[in-house]
Design a protein around this ligand. Structure first.
Ligand code: C2E
Ligand code: MG
Ligand code: MG
Ligand code: MG
Length: 283
């Protein structure tokens, strides 16, 4: 411990650090119990097809509804859940729940599920995807798995085999947060994706608009020539949507298409009339 290491280490192990460690241990315990206590919820964010103006699907987004902390966003607990391995059973629940919910939507409305790199590399992935499909009886083509570069880092052969196996079920796979990693382009060449999700930073945020637009144009064109669909993420304004359309993206998703919705609000959203194609805002 700190004592054995000598006096000098004392300042590195102060009361504040002790308190932080205790808070973290408490959070760990709570996170391990959260699934059994049914504290997770899924919210669904609409994705809109730019050619038709219609909702084409929803992305399932995980929330932890904590009795004292309130609604905890994934950024605040997914990294810890990955460290603890808890993300595997939690991710399996997400798969089952999202497919179960999608079974009550009209045919042809897709559901996209985020898969943690830890879950992607778990030997249970294929079986849990197959089980979610069997239990919900949805058309496998309606399910899309979103994976990030973190899932693709090691063992190209293993990654390729997992991707091919899930795609053999008819499930689609998309590359999430495209353009933010180190080797996005080489992954596109190596792995069979159905869709590129263009990271929000190229739609909004810092940097010259001309540069971001040029990047979106290049990715959309790359996607088109490789037979992939392209979704622009984080679209908040009608102007951004029109720019994504002009640059050739096939879908948009963001606060403009809708905030992440509860399952009840999804049904209401689907009852709304579609947008005329090629026009301004989304209701
Ligand atoms: P992501 O998959 O890239 O999801 C998009 C994130 O951007 C979501 O945040 C969404 O609420 C937010 N967003 C969407 N449109 C807009 C917009 O117009 N403006 C702004 N400012 N934000 C927008 P959320 O729900 O907090 O999720 C964050 C990340 O957590 C996700 O990024 C995904 O990587 C991860 N995540 C979410 N659900 C799951 C899950 O079930 N399993 C795993 N392993 N990770 C998840
Ligand atoms: Mg995603
Ligand atoms: Mg993303
Ligand atoms: Mg993300």
């Amino acid at each position: 411990g700190a004592k054995a290491a000598g006096r000098n280490t004392f300042r590195f192990f102060d009361a504040g650090m002790e308190a932080r460690l205790q808070a973290r241990r408490a959070l760990e315990l709570e996170l391990r119990k959260a699934l059994a206590l049914r504290q997770f919820r899924l919210m669904y964010q609409p994705q809109v097809n730019l050619a038709t103006g219609q909702v084409s699907g929803f992305e399932a987004l995980l929330r932890w509804v904590h009795p004292e902390r309130g609604v905890v966003p994934p950024a605040d607990f997914v990294p810890l859940a990955e460290e603890l391995g808890v993300i595997v059973p939690v991710g399996e629940w997400v798969l089952r729940e999202a497919c179960r919910e999608a079974a009550s939507w009209p045919e042809g409305i897709g559901v996209a599920v985020n898969i943690s790199p830890v879950q992607f590399r778990s030997p249970r992935l294929f079986d849990s995807v197959a089980a979610a499909l069997t239990q919900s009886r949805i058309d496998p083509a309606r399910l899309e798995l979103e994976i990030t570069e973190g899932a693709l880092l090691h063992d190209t052969d293993v990654v390729l085999e997992v991707l091919n196996r899930v795609r053999s079920l008819g499930v689609r796979v998309s590359m999430d947060d495209f353009g933010t990693g180190y080797s996005s382009l080489s992954y596109l060449q190596r792995f069979p994706f159905d869709r590129i999700k263009i990271d929000q930073s190229f739609v909004r945020g810092p940097g010259a608009l001309d540069d971001k637009t040029a990047i979106v144009r290049a990715i959309a064109s790359l996607g088109a020539s490789m037979g992939m669909r392209t979704t622009a993420e984080g679209v908040e304004t009608a102007e951004q949507m029109e720019r994504m359309r002009a640059e050739g993206c096939t879908e948009v998703q963001g606060y403009l298409t809708g905030r992440p919705l509860s399952p009840e609000d999804v049904a209401r959203r689907l009852a709304q009339p579609p947008l005329p194609p090629g026009t301004g805002t989304i209701p």
